[in-house]
Design a protein around this ligand. Structure first.
Ligand code: ZN
Ligand code: ZN
Length: 334
């Protein structure tokens, strides 16, 4: 078990070939947005993440082994029960990923490590490689610990987690519009994940899935991509430079600043509340952005309704049809 390969390392030649392919494709298709400096930043951030991952892999594995030594079930993952235990492990690991990812967007402490993945205003295969540098520091591995306590061997889970990450690579593209309907219903796809990377109020904090989109459908965080709304990629407050250190650490620096300046009773909230929360309400979180958007959409609907109904009332008055106004009143309240 200890000798299972690392899927992310094995996939590097595939990453290189497909990034080159997509880049060539983008040169022929003007609707695919690619920017060389942005792509180089993404690749550099990917390399940095690899280094950070290597530096901390030993400790994470040791902690996982410790949990596994205290397992509550002794699963015998040997032939033939591996045939169903390994798929179950994959699905449970993906569920753990969903909750990790959802928390990473809703709790600023974890967001500080995850924001790097959303820091590009472009969406292509290189964006997928923008991975965290500070995931270990943020203790993101805690979300997988229940699997080891349950009795799944660490080597197997880390192998499956690697496969999960490799799956998520190919969905970072605008080159694929929609997959077949059954596939869109069950699996995470380029369309679903474009929504996840969008800053449009309608799309903010939606579609946290790793491999299976069913978790979002089950836990109420699903939003489909609509053709009539162009996606704006990035984060609510976009980075203004290509400095890779800033991309990797800016939210941590923001946290330190807030912890320093906020009154004592609010300090903890700057770690555990959603990104954008502030004790004086001077900033915007995805809730306030969504609420404002919903309100203006509602207002627009009301204005539109009033306009059309007053027009028809005028038309009808001109025609002087008796009893019409009464009919109209009942029509409007229906
Ligand atoms: Zn995310
Ligand atoms: Zn992504």
């Amino acid at each position: 078990m200890e000798s299972l390969p690392s899927p992310t390392l094995w996939a590097i030649p595939f990453f290189v070939a497909t990034v080159a392919g997509e880049w060539l494709w983008s040169r022929r298709n003007s609707n695919i947005r690619y920017e060389t400096r942005d792509a180089i930043t993404s690749l550099s951030l990917g390399l940095g993440s690899l280094v950070a991952g290597f530096a901390t892999a030993g400790i994470v594995f040791a902690l996982a082994l410790w949990a596994y030594d205290h397992r509550i079930i002794d699963l015998q993952i040997t032939w033939p029960q591996a045939l169903w235990l390994v798929p179950i492990a994959f699905v449970l690991d993906d569920l753990a990923y969903y909750w990790f990812h959802r928390t990473a967007h809703r709790v600023r402490w974890f967001w500080a490590a995850h924001v790097i993945h959303h820091s590009s205003q472009h969406y292509n295969l290189t964006t997928a490689l923008r991975q965290t540098w500070t995931g270990f520091f943020a203790l993101s591995f805690l979300f997988r610990m229940p699997l080891f306590f349950l009795g799944f061997p660490p080597a197997l889970i880390f192998f499956l987690a690697g496969l999960n990450l490799v799956y998520q690579y190919w969905i970072h593209t605008e080159a694929i519009d929609r997959m077949p309907r059954w596939f869109e219903a069950v699996m995470n796809t380029p369309s679903h994940h474009r929504v996840h990377h969008a800053t449009n109020p309608r799309y903010l904090d939606r579609n946290y899935a790793g491999v299976f989109i069913i978790w979002d459908r089950m836990f109420g965080s699903f939003e489909p991509e609509t053709a009539d709304e162009k996606i704006e990629y990035g984060i609510v407050k976009n980075l203004t430079n290509y400095n890779i250190l800033w991309a990797a650490f800016h939210e941590w620096i923001g946290i330190i600043r807030d912890l320093w300046s906020a009154p004592w009773r609010y300090k903890l909230n700057y770690l555990i509340k959603p990104p954008g929360w502030s004790h004086d309400g001077s900033r915007e979180s995805s809730e306030t952005i969504k609420a404002r958007w919903a309100q203006s959409a509602q207002q627009e609907r009301v204005t539109w309704q009033n306009m059309t109904s007053s027009l028809s009332a005028a038309d009808r008055q001109e025609a002087r049809l008796p009893g019409d106004s009464a009919k109209m009143e009942s029509g409007r309240s229906a």
